[in-house]
Each structure stands twice: as C-alpha cells, then as structure tokens.
Design a protein around this ligand. Structure first.
Ligand SMILES: NC(=O)c1ccc[n+]([C@@H]2O[C@H](COP(=O)([O-])OP(=O)(O)OC[C@H]3O[C@@H](n4cnc5c(N)ncnc54)[C@H](OP(=O)(O)O)[C@@H]3O)[C@@H](O)[C@H]2O)c1
Length: 230
C-alpha cells in the first residue's frame, strides 16, 4: 500500500515507517526538517519519498498533492501522527489563551485541514484507511493544553469514523501512553520501563494494515504495563 505519514522522520512516526517499509509498503514521509527526513529515508526502502512541510501551514496539503501527482504516488492510507507539545507547565490555568490556540492549530485544526484535502484521494485508494495518533492524555483528567488538544482530536476522529463508515474508509484512533522518543526520555521521574517502545506502535499499525477490508480497529489504547506516568 501507499502510505503518507506525517511526522515520519522521528519518534513514533519513524517507528511506524520502519515497520511499514519492512512490510513492503511504499511510504511518503512528511516533517519540517529536510535533514531529519533525509536521515530517515537513508535507513528505509529505496523508493521511500520524503516531503518537507510544516503541517500547520494552510497550503501544505495542496502542495503535497501536487508533489504526489508529479511522483504518481496514489495514497491508500493517511497516518496523522505529527503533533506539538509546546509548554512545560502541565497546567490548564497558567498558559495564556494564545498558547491554547497554537496547540489546537497544530494538533486539531491542521489534521482537520489535511483530511479535508486528502480524503478525496484516500477514498479512491485500494485499502482506504486513516490512522490518527492521539494520546492517553485524552482519556484522563490531564492538566495540560496538550491534553485538551488530544481530547478534541479524539472527538473529531470518532466523528470521522462514523461519517466515513458508508464510504468504506476505515478510521483508527490510537492512544499511546508515554513512549520513549526524543521528545520523551527516561529521567529521574520516569524509569525506562515506564515508557513504551516507539516500535510497539509501529508493530501494531503494520498488523492493522493486514486486516481484511471489512475489518477496522476503531480505538486502541496502549499503555506501559504499570500505567501512565502522568
Ligand atoms: N512520545 C510520547 O510519550 C507520546 C505519548 C502519547 C502520544 N504521543 C503522540 O505520538 C505522536 C508522535 O510523537 P513523538 O513523541 O514521536 O514526537 P517526536 O519524537 O517529537 O516526533 C514528531 C515528528 O513530527 C514532526 N513534526 C512536528 N511538528 C510538525 C509540524 N508542524 N509539521 C510537520 N511535521 C511535524 C517532527 O519532525 P520535525 O520536527 O522535523 O517537523 C517529527 O518527525 C504525537 O501525535 C504525540 O502526541 C506521543
């Protein structure tokens, strides 16, 4: 299958890319840093495409569509993985409203725009699927603006799943718990065994792409054995 992965250059997105590349899928990775994309590409199958873009820029998906036409890349699967984390206050009272607007733009509105633009192409795919990477922060009383954005993303994704059922487009929402990436490393508060491996999510996505066309995993929560760390 042909798969677009936003944030495919590092962390969970890259771990998904590794598993899908090994399984023989053709990939198009999106991220802001051309250098990080080139590094990711160097370790993946030769036909992997990369496209540097900031997903929050309104024109980004239109430009990506032009690039895909040039490359004759007809996507079947869209994996919306890239996200912003922003402030470290872990508070819903300290940051100002403008911070909330920024994180909603990055984690909700831009994903919405990407689906609006790319859905017509995905619908025509051989195995039309949209995967959204959420977070367990959406499932608990999380005191962060990030948690607000992931909860909004969850409701949007559940609605998308419902609305796209008759069109045969499968929508899957994955909530990882804390995962070992450049963004999240073990520290004095968090032992390594309290974080998932990024490959755990990659392995699950690769497995879900082997399901029959009439099967869809709707929502999947994956936590470290001892639960969330915060
Ligand atoms: N790590 C965790 O503990 C954890 C837990 C639960 C859920 N998640 C979710 O998992 C997903 C991936 O997180 P991660 O930990 O793997 O993050 P990461 O290591 O920081 O990787 C983020 C990826 O997204 C790209 N990216 C970030 N902002 C972008 C933008 N505006 N436009 C285009 N690409 C952008 C980054 O590349 P550039 O910087 O070059 O753009 C990078 O490839 C996110 O949705 C996150 O919320 C993570």
């Amino acid at each position: 299958m042909r798969v677009i992965i936003t944030g495919g250059s590092r962390g969970i997105g890259y771990a998904i890319a590794r598993q899908l590349s090994r399984a023989g899928h053709q990939l198009l990775l999106v991220g802001r840093s051309g250098e990080a994309l080139a590094q990711a590409k160097s370790s993946l199958a030769e036909h992997t495409l990369v496209y540097p873009a900031d997903q929050t820029i309104h024109e980004a998906p239109d430009k990506l569509i032009l690039y895909m036409k040039e490359q004759q890349f007809h996507p079947d699967v869209l994996i919306l993985n890239a996200a912003a984390f922003f402030d470290d206050t872990r508070s819903v009272t300290k940051p100002d409203a403008h911070e909330l607007e920024r994180i909603l733009q990055a984690n909700v509105i831009s994903n919405y725009n990407w689906v609006q633009k790319l859905l017509p192409l995905i619908r025509e795919g051989e195995y039309p699927r949209i995967f959204v990477i959420g977070s367990t922060a959406a499932l608990r009383a999380d005191t962060s603006l990030y948690g607000i954005s992931k909860a909004a993303l969850r409701n949007y994704t559940l609605g998308l799943r419902e609305e796209l059922k008759p069109a045969g487009v499968g929508v899957t929402l994955i909530h990882p718990g804390g995962t070992f990436t450049e963004k999240r490393v073990p520290d004095e508060r968090t032992d390594p065994d309290r974080l998932l491996e990024a490959s755990d999510i990659g392995i699950l996505v690769a497995a879900m792409l082997t399901l029959s066309p009439q099967a869809v995993v709707e929502e999947l929560t994956v936590r470290p054995m001892l639960g969330d760390t915060f």
